[in-house]
Design a binder for this molecule. Structure first.
Ligand code: NCD
Length: 311
């Protein structure tokens, strides 16, 4: 792996000072967008290589690149439309794309795929989701949103709810939050999709307080953030297992009535029934604002990668 390149592969790579810097840069990007974007990366090319479905992640990266004056090439259905279908290895695909562009944003079905890509790439690789592994840029925008909405990340009390086994965003968000003081995490899930032990081990090493349960109502009154997630249907070994996990925790008006006034509901989206539409008008429903923040955070990341700043 070329150590001079600024790859974004997993959330553990971020230190607190880097996060402070990144969030300050993202705030600056809000102003850049308000004033019509800039040309700071004119001539630069981003490749988006997506082997899995995406709306927000791909389009916000593409929008980020356009707002910075660069352009985008890519394939949104790489499993079928790239040479992967002809049997080309991921490594070869990445070597080729490295010659066509200045940064690669990739989503893949396999855990560790982004690391494999970075090992052979001549340009920065940004992990936009690797199977049930990680989704670091989502976690960065989640943390940015918490800071913006709640005021700070230190002391935050957060319930992560739903599919904690296959949901890669909760893995990455746990790692990001482990940089902050007095954080408390309530992992709330069905029995068969509990938070993986390797995530818990990391939280233990970092001294982060957490608990695990299947009872959302009893913690709802004590949290600043409810981080709801979709049950990842496509990742279950069988439909039966999926059905065991689905339909347990629905955020609706009743649940909202238990939550503090100064709290927020986040969701990486897409939702598939786990937040009732009627919650959208509640000022604490922050998930659409959260999605918007993805643009600013990704602009900051792309800017850093293209400047070749590796720290
Ligand atoms: C998430 C993902 O792809 O992991 N979506 C996203 O990027 N916002 C969550 C999901 O698919 O449920």
């Amino acid at each position: 792996m070329n150590p001079k390149l600024y790859h974004v592969l997993g959330a553990k790579q971020f230190s607190r000072s880097e996060l402070d810097e990144l969030f300050a840069a993202a705030k600056g990007m809000e102003e850049v967008v308000r004033t019509g974007g800039n040309r700071s990366h004119q001539g630069a090319i981003m490749t988006t290589l997506f082997f899995e479905a995406s709306t927000r992640t791909r389009l916000s990266f593409e929008s980020a690149m356009s707002r910075l004056g660069g352009s985008v090439i890519g394939t949104e259905n790489a499993a079928q439309f790239s040479s992967a279908i002809k049997g080309e290895t991921l490594e070869d695909t990445i070597r080729i794309i490295s010659g066509y562009s200045d940064v690669i944003v990739m989503r893949h079905t396999e855990i560790g795929a982004a690391k494999r890509a970075a090992a052979v790439a001549d340009v920065p690789v940004i992990n936009a989701g690797d199977g049930a592994g990680e989704h670091p840029t989502q976690a960065l925008l989640d943390a940015y949103t918490i800071q913006k909405e709640i005021g700070q990340l230190d002391g935050v009390r957060i319930a992560m709810v739903g599919d904690l086994a296959y949901g890669r965003t909760v893995h990455s968000l746990s790692y990001i939050l482990a940089n902050y003081k007095d954080v408390q995490v309530f992992y709330i899930s069905p029995e068969n999709v509990r938070i993986p032990s390797y995530v818990k081990r990391y939280m233990d090493e970092k001294g982060i307080r957490y608990s695990e349960s299947g009872d959302l109502n009893s913690v709802a009154g004590d949290i600043d953030v409810l981080y709801q997630t979709r049950i990842q249907k496509e990742r279950f070994p069988s439909l039966e297992e999926y059905e065991k996990a689905s339909g347990h925790f629905i955020v609706d008006a009743e649940l909202m009535s238990l939550m503090p006034n100064k709290s927020i509901v986040l969701h990486p989206l897409p939702r598939a029934g786990e937040i009732a539409d009627s919650v959208d008008n509640d000022p604490r429903a922050a998930y659409f604002r959260q999605a918007r923040n993805g643009l600013y955070v990704r602009m900051a990341l792309v800017d850093k990668a293209l400047r070749g700043i590796n720290r």
